[in-house]
Design a protein around this ligand. Structure first.
Ligand code: FAD
Length: 360
């Protein structure tokens, strides 16, 4: 069979998941070319910093909600049947305070905070928590079974699954999307898949200026929270958030955070770090047995930039300088929880373009 040459640019969760789904077909010869690969920690590479869990913030009836919906079953399958992927089930509580209504964080989390979100019949055990069981200051809360991903295990696992299917990995920094042609043995690539995250804002041929960072700062600790928690807001101003998630397989617990749109700062803000830790131990006394932040055992502080695209994730096809490109970038804070939905959609677009030709 005449194989088609496909170059995936980017080795974050978007690029790796797309390459993996595409590599299930023997029709394609796939090269993943990326500046950063699993194992790297860099401000230009969002995926390793993520929590990462399944807490949909996509609004009912949108494409984003469909991508999130389509991702639940594959992530649950990994948690249930593939312990080597570093994904586990974890209970998750979403706490709302009436005073946060109208704040930036509460608006971002609007669907997640709803007592009747679209995903209530997708995730297991969705329920409202009894008012009497809530901590002082919390007005309502829901809970469900979610998953939490240990990104330090999961990203290399995605690479290993791709390698098993014959995908080739190359380190490369592309200035223009046309440079992807160099990765095809013939010098003519049949399809480029653009999974460059924040890089889509400067990659020649794409230069999508609607892609901007939403800065996240986290503290990774050895303490175990026992459950995931998320809150509608904090008393520390708009743009700050409080969430806690314990990763699978000894990955530690992520304490977050913030959502600072347009902020490219790569360095840790020490004052924000103290606020994050104070909020976390107050919200979840189990972390330190009711003691203060000096009883948190810190592994590292981290800063990551969520690749937000105004108008939502871009999964589309486009012809650039005579070459077909399928885009899959701009997932913001939802790159893991939408990963399989977006990647399957991208693969459908690839097949629409290349599969008819391959039947000749
Ligand atoms: P990236 O991971 O940034 O990868 C981009 C890739 O493209 C890299 O390999 C890069 O080197 C490459 N690249 C870019 N430009 C070029 C170029 N010109 N040439 C070659 N290579 C290039 N999401 C969730 O679903 N759940 C969560 O709980 C969650 N928590 C988060 C917590 C934090 C602290 C942060 C920072 C993010 C979180 N996210 C979460 C969001 C998630 O991490 C991102 O949506 C996701 O990682 C984006 O993946 P990506 O592959 O699009 O981009």
């Amino acid at each position: 069979m005449d194989k088609k040459d496909v170059c995936v640019i980017g080795a974050g969760v978007a690029g790796l998941t797309t390459a993996l789904l595409l590599s299930k077909s023997s029709r394609y010869r796939i090269v993943v070319a990326a500046k950063h690969m699993p194992g790297d920690y860099d401000i230009e590479y969002a995926s390793p910093w993520a929590g990462a869990n399944y807490m949909p913030v996509s609004m009912r009836g949108t494409k984003d909600a469909q991508w999130d919906k389509d991702t639940w079953a594959p992530l649950a399958d990994l948690a249930r049947n593939h312990p080597d992927a570093g994904v586990h089930f974890q209970e998750c509580e979403i706490h709302s305070r009436a005073k946060d209504v109208g704040s930036a964080t509460a608006d971002w989390f609007a669907e997640l905070l709803s007592p009747n979100p679209w995903f209530k019949d997708v995730v297991p055990n969705f329920r409202e928590l009894l008012k009497e069981s809530l901590a002082p200051g919390i007005d309502s809360a829901t809970a469900f079974t979610s998953v939490c991903i240990n990104t330090a295990i999961y990203l290399p696992w995605l690479v290993s699954q791709c390698l098993k299917n014959g995908v080739i990995f190359k380190r490369a920094v592309l200035k223009h999307i046309r440079e992807a042609a160099q990765f095809a043995p013939s010098g003519n690539v049949d399809m480029v898949i653009n999974c460059t995250g924040l890089g889509a804002s400067i990659l020649g041929g794409v230069e999508d200026k609607s892609v901007v960072p939403a800065r996240a700062q986290v503290v990774l600790v050895r303490n175990d929270a026992g459950k995931m928690m998320d809150f509608s807001g904090t008393d520390d101003g708009d743009g700050e958030a409080c969430y806690i998630m314990t990763r699978a397989a000894g990955g530690g617990t992520i304490l977050g955070g913030c959502y600072q749109k347009g902020n490219w700062e790569s360095q840790v803000d020490p004052n924000l770090a103290v606020r994050i830790m104070n909020r976390a131990v107050a919200a979840c006394p189990a972390l330190t047995g009711g003691k203060g932040i000096e009883h948190l055992d810190i592994i590292r502080h981290g800063v990551g930039l969520r690749p937000v695209r105004e108008g939502g994730t871009r999964v589309e096809k486009e012809r650039i300088e005579g070459v077909w490109v399928v885009h899959n970038y701009g997932a913001g804070g939802a790159g893991y929880q939408s990963s399989y939905g977006c990647a399957s959609n991208a693969v459908e677009l690839v097949e629409e373009i290349l599969a008819p030709a391959s039947k000749l």
